[in-house]
Unconditional design. Structure first.
Length: 327
């Protein structure tokens, strides 16, 4: 099967004129040098960790992986596409010569080069199926797009692509739901990696974001209560909430729920946070006594909902970035 690649033409599409003129594609990360001088991918990765030591480890691996893939996996006969932003069209080409490290051909900033013969015709993005358009939106510089090669072949021949039964709106909604689910999972991982004391601070900050004043118990034995939350400055007004936080892999039990119920103040509402979840007996006891339970998933959903109102020092525990998606 023919391999299809999408390669991005620089940060701002600035490489398109040079690519057309010289029949090439090229990518950057010049600091890594010539990948062909390394005996293995692992050795090349070690170079990336040294060169980009101030960057996050995941970013170092991603950058080096793209250079390694470009130099070793893109071969003669492969098909290549790149997006021309101002025209909303894709250039389509075929690889004619394998990789070379050449800082003088395109730019010293984009020394990794593969020779390509570009087609005279370009493909309009609007003519692609909704699934293809959504899949071609990856942030990577180099990635495989084999699933959509047949659409480009048809459009180059002048044949209309018949879209799937699933509407564009349904497809977009599915992708947005998937992104939202993945982002929540990533936040859960960050929260789960906090220490116990940091988890208590996080729950405290969440309550502050919801408009409560809080008293945090000192480190050490807490008698079943980690946080007290109340609406007025003195803690006189109801409702008062007593909170227990358990940050561990094991499920919280019924006796632990009962310990919270028996702790002072006796007339306070109970909130039990357990990242390890709860046993069935604990859930039953909580229902019978009107104790609110939050597991890791529920906690993260509340954090995301109230994040903007939480104190800055709390948000620093799990820095999040706002992303806008179409409705």
């Amino acid at each position: 099967m023919t391999k299809w690649w999408l390669v991005r033409a620089g940060d701002s599409n600035e490489l398109i004129p040079e690519w057309k003129k010289k029949n090439v594609i090229s990518i950057g990360w010049a600091d890594l040098g010539n990948p062909q001088k390394y005996k293995s991918r692992e050795a090349f990765m070690q170079k990336a960790h040294k060169i980009y030591e101030e960057e996050k480890p995941g970013r170092r691996v991603m950058w080096a992986s793209q250079v390694w893939r470009f130099s070793s996996e893109v071969t003669v006969g492969d098909r290549v596409i790149t997006y021309v932003k101002e025209k909303r069209e894709y250039m389509v080409g075929m690889v004619t010569e394998s990789y070379e490290y050449n800082p003088s051909l395109v730019s010293e900033y984009y020394p990794n080069v593969v020779h390509v013969k570009w087609e005279g015709k370009q493909v309009s993005r609007d003519d692609l199926s909704e699934k293809a358009k959504n899949s071609l939106g990856s942030i990577s510089t180099v990635f495989r797009v084999d699933d959509w090669g047949h659409e480009f072949e048809l459009l180059l021949k002048g044949t209309t692509v018949i879209d799937s039964i699933v509407s564009g709106e349904e497809e977009a909604e599915s992708i947005i739901d998937d992104l939202a689910e993945k982002s929540l999972t990533m936040v859960q991982d960050k929260v789960d990696n906090l220490g116990h004391w940091e988890m208590q601070l996080l729950v405290s900050g969440l309550l502050q974001g919801m408009g409560y004043n809080v008293d945090e118990m000192k480190k050490g034995p807490d008698g079943g209560v980690d946080i007290l939350a109340y609406k007025d400055a003195f803690g006189f007004e109801q409702p008062i909430i007593k909170v227990q936080v358990k940050h561990r892999k094991s499920s919280s039990s019924a006796p632990e729920i009962q310990q919270l119920l028996g702790a002072n103040p006796f007339n306070a509402n109970g909130l039990f946070v357990s990242t390890g979840g709860f046993t069935s007996q604990a859930i039953n006891v909580a229902k019978q006594n009107n104790v609110k339970l939050l597991d890791l998933e529920d906690l993260v959903k509340m954090i995301v909902s109230w994040y903007d109102k939480m104190p800055n020092e709390t948000r620093s525990l799990i820095p999040l970035r706002r992303v806008y998606l179409p409705e």
